[in-house]
Design a protein around this ligand. Sequence first.
Ligand code: TUI
Length: 307
Amino acid sequence: MKTRITELLGIEYPIIQGGMAWVAEYHLAAAVSEAGGLGLIGAASAPPEIVREQIREAKKLTDKPIGVNVMLLNPNAEEVAKVIVEEGIKVVTTGAGNPGKFMELWKSAGVKVIPVVASVAMAKMMERAGADAIIAEGTEAGGHIGSITTMVLLPQIVDAVSIPVVGAGGVADERGFAAAMMLGADAVQMGTIFITAKESIVHSNYKQKVITAKDIDSEVTGRSTGHPVRSLRNKMTREYLKLEEEGASFEELEYLTLGSLRKAVVDGDVINGTIMAGQIAGLVKEEKSCEEIIHGIISRAEKLLKM
Ligand code: TUI
């Protein structure tokens, strides 16, 4: 399946893995790339030397292209940006902000830059700044989110820019994939389904929460802080929302969630930890390998799109 994105990135299938904090480490990234998609290491809040090590480990497992996701709220983002160039990474996705100040560094090193955006205005700004493609992420997505749905965001961004657009938020099977392509996307980005991948190192308690989640089981916390985050409902989200309702300060809320994603992903504490996932978790029913996920979606989507 050839699209502008498969051509741009030199990958077999137009499927990009989300840059999920703690989840997107080298085993998952390498497995997604080996299966023909684009695997990414999520730099999240990791120190630059950890990112370097993750890149090197991924390269031991695959010769195919892998990318790095830079989370722009990370105070180490600048050093991470340099590590990416030093380690010869050729594609970067960014999240939670404007990557403008790193554009020159990356472009002059031949790195393809694909910012995640949640609005048309940001998409246009990124195209002007030299982005090679855009990921349009709807509010259905897990983690840090914007406010409009993939269904309405994606076609509006497709019309507003001429670079390729990747659809994200709410995609976990061939129907979502085909729908995004019909809305004008040249690829999709998926996160939630890869949390449950066999190659994902996420704690089994977390995977089980995703697999057993229903359609209405996610909650958005942090609206009051300007950083809304979607995760599965548990004691943590209830406490957070109660504090927000009581008008708690930014510091108080930050303190509650300090290290909470790690707690869920690494320790399997799905009661006090943060279980970031998209609304599509309700559709994810079993653990599969990255190859089964990607090849299954592509082969079934090819039939749907030929109808
Ligand atoms: O970045 C994500 N998802 C994330 S980042 C993350 S780590 C985190 N944890 C707690 C609080 C905040 C972050 C967990 N999940 N997705 C990509 C994404 N980017 N979604 C929305 C945006 C976005 C939002 C605003 C991109 C640009 C933007 O521009 C605002 C500006 O700077 O003008």
